[in-house]
Design a protein around this ligand. Structure first.
Ligand code: SAH
Length: 346
């Protein structure tokens, strides 16, 4: 049975007051410290017991990949029970870093075009394993003083479906909000669209005010069922209703929804589908579409939409007044781009 770090600590040093946990968390997120021995806020005997018994990190590096541009790093990490997964560090427009974290080892969603889906679900990750991905990258950056040092954004776009691991994802987010300088609008949860969980977060007083992206990939119910097999009947209608509920319950200027749309050549990139998307958006409370040029996956026949098709698709959306952005492809030379995380090289 997995023990959380907090449970393990209590097991080793007995019940401790809240302020001690606070000191412990502060120390864990202090990048100048790298072992329990160095946590001078704790009594010496406590430090010694923790050093002997409780791992400082819940994830350890197996292999690091660096893109040719040196703007993307992919780490194959191992959990304490020996499961490998991947986490990505990407340079962003502000000259800082965005980390792309995993929330599950593998994924059960089986989106037809995605590499992670082919692994199936091994298990969901614990909140320590999720939040420690930030600590891992922060320590990595410290070891590379020539690089910018600040992680300014986190996106849940690594392995797994975050809303299928709701409680652990929520806990990891709260840890970051409390112990790092990340604000809620700098954290993006990307979901395939699990409506039951999306409904749940609307009435969860503890749900953090982070951004949410929904992986739409088609505004045509039949087409979406084809490429995203977890699509439930009437998904698009129900999603539109949900988006308005979201907007009225949680929405504000900084707290808006985004649709992700991976453009796959001759699958979902036609002008008709662009128009269908534009008319669909009007019925929702979603304000933005982020198109992702498809990143090829070994063993799958899908290919990236050609530049001219991507441009036409975006132009059609613009004509309808849709706010459209395009995700810059990064790290595809090390299989670190969206949907390429499948442990192919470990
Ligand atoms: N389970 C979450 C996170 C998945 S990864 C979700 O579904 O949103 C983040 C985004 O990359 C999703 O929109 C996903 O559909 C997309 N994606 C998956 N495989 C891809 C690929 N090969 N190329 C481009 N985008 C891909």
């Amino acid at each position: 049975m997995y023990k959380s770090r907090a449970e393990h600590i209590v097991e080793v040093v007995g019940d401790i007051p809240r302020f001690r946990f606070d000191q412990i968390h502060k120390a864990l997120f202090d990048v100048s410290l790298n072992s329990w021995n160095q946590v001078s806020t704790l009594p010496l005997n406590m430090r010694e017991s923790l050093e002997q018994e409780v791992p400082w990190m819940s994830v350890v590096l197996v292999q690091m990949f660096e893109s040719a541009q040196k703007d993307t790093y992919k780490a194959v990490l191992k959990t304490l029970d020996g499961k490998n997964f991947e986490s990505v560090l990407m340079a962003n427009r502000r000259g800082q870093w965005t980390i792309c974290v995993s929330s599950q080892i593998g994924c059960a969603m089986k989106c037809t075009f995605c590499a992670t889906g082919t692994l199936g679900l091994k298990r969901s990750m614990h909140s320590d394993e999720i939040s420690d991905q930030y600590r891992f990258w922060n320590t990595f950056l410290k070891s590379k003083p020539e690089l910018p040092q600040r992680i300014s954004n986190v996106v849940f776009m690594g392995m797994g479906e975050p809303l299928a691991n709701y409680e652990n994802v929520k806990k990891a987010i709260h840890t970051w909000l409390k112990y790092t300088d990340l604000g809620p609008t700098k954290i993006m949860v990307s979901t395939v669209g699990i409506l039951s969980q999306m409904q749940k977060l609307l009435s969860d007083p503890d749900w953090p005010p982070v951004r949410i992206a929904i992986s739409l990939h088609s505004a045509n119910q039949k087409k979406r069922e084809e490429i995203v097999p977890t699509t439930v009947p009437d998904f698009l209608k129900r999603l539109a209703v949900w988006s308005h509920d979201y907007q009225s319950t949680l929405g504000n200027r900084t707290h808006h929804l985004t649709f992700e749309y991976t453009l796959i050549s001759h699958v979902n990139d036609t002008p008709e589908l662009a128009r269908e998307l534009a008319s669909y958006i009007i019925k929702t409370a979603v304000s933005k579409v982020n198109v992702i040029p498809y990143n090829p996956v070994h063993g799958k026949d899908f290919t990236r939409a050609e530049r001219s098709r991507i441009d036409t698709f975006k132009e059609i959306l613009c004509t309808y007044g849709v706010n459209v952005t395009e995700r810059k492809t990064m790290g595809d030379d090390i299989d670190a781009a969206c949907g390429q995380l499948a442990l192919s090289s470990s």
